[in-house]
Each structure stands twice: as structure tokens, then as C-alpha cells.
Design a protein around this ligand. Sequence first.
Ligand code: C5P
Length: 236
Amino acid sequence: MNDSNSDYSNLKGKIIAIDGPAGSGKSTTAKMLAARLGFNYLDTGAMYRAITYFALTNQISPSDGDKLAELAHNLQIEFETHEDINRVFIDRKEVTKEIRTPEVTLHVSEVSAHKDVRESMVKKQKEMGKNGSIVAEGRDTTTVVFPDAEFKIYLIASVDERAKRRVLDLSQTGTDTNIEEQKKDIERRDHHDSSREHSPLTQAEDAILVDTTDLTIEGQVDKIISLIENSLKNKI
Ligand code: C5P
């Protein structure tokens, strides 16, 4: 177990990028890791969710690439992280809960597959990470957004375990669902995200694979910190 009082000052300015499929533990792990290291946390999926939510509430179709690209370019998406709560705002209006509804989840992969939407998002994400000291997570943070990140992790977990985690997460926000339903949704999104033409989900050659199936969240954070420490030792 890593000591939470450890000195991580040698990591200052570095970028840690974590990718992986839905439910692999990226968000919680990245958030906790950022808190431990005193880094900023960037949830790139929340940005695609924010555009999807805005489009759905403004009668813009998830297939309308041109309109969505305009939104992606113009909307101001901001985060405020306090302890383990990551608040999300579109043009100053809070949408933290709204972007996690099953309806947004159903359409987000279609929205995020548009090339021009991705270009705008990636530009904003690079800007957010330009000073380093950031833990970024998503589907293309290790490959496209921060290809030069000092530390790259690719998280995976079995579909059953990922579905179980999603059921638990959703029950905490009052959404009633079951494992079978979540398995189907995860498999649908995995397929969509891995087979799309632009920036598909894939493990970067230099990313370290971590299987989280049998790890607790604390265990995942500890494992990543020890991988980072080992990799630093090997670089010296
Ligand atoms: O991480 P989360 O499950 O919230 O992401 C929602 C969706 O956003 C993903 O299923 C994927 O379609 C899209 N996404 C993406 N690229 C990222 C992050 C998320 O295409 N970097």
C-alpha cells in the first residue's frame, strides 16, 4: 500500500494518460490518483457526454455531424473538482448529473465518432493539459490527445465485472438497472468505440496494461503509482 503522505514532487508537470473501455475503472481511479498526486483531473468522456446532452436537449440529431461540430467548437465546457466530485458545466450551467443519464449514454458513442467533433474536443483537451500535472482519462488520451504523456496506462476488466460496477454506480444515482442490461450496453459501446474510423479505442504501444478485474479501486491506484515509481527508477 502506498503511503498517502508520500512525496510525489518529482512527478510535478508530468502527464498521466489512462485509456480503456467503459467500466474498466478509469474515472474513479484517475480521480483518486489525481487527488493523491495533487494533479488536475481531466475526464474527456464527460466532454463528449456534455455535447451529447446539449444536442439531445436542443433537438440536434446525434447523426448531424455539421451541427455537432459547431456545438463542439462553440460550447464552453468546464470542470470543477472538489475532493472526489467532478462537477461539469456547459456555458456556466451545471450539467454534472444530466450527462450521466441512460439516454446520454445511449447516444454518446455516435456523437463522439464525428471527426470534427473529435478535433475540437482534442484541441480543448490539449489546452487543458498544456501545463502538465494532470491525470487524463478516456479512449484516446494515450494515443491522440497526449501521445507524449510520460505515463500511459491501458485499463481493462472482464465484461461481467464492468457490468457489475456500472449497476452499482447507477444505483447510487437512483437509476435502476441490471447486469444483463449493462453487459449489452457495455458490449455495444466497446464495439462502437473500437471500430470507429477516427481515433478508435486501442492500446497504445507504449501503454502499460492493467487488468482491474480483481482489484479494488484503492488497489488500482496503488498499482498505478507503483508502476509509475518503477518506471521512474528505470529511467534514472
Ligand atoms: O468515459 P465515458 O464512458 O464517460 O465516455 C463516454 C463515451 O464518450 C465513450 O463511450 C466514447 O464513445 C466517448 N469517448 C471518446 N473519447 C474519449 C472519451 C470518451 O470517444 N477520449
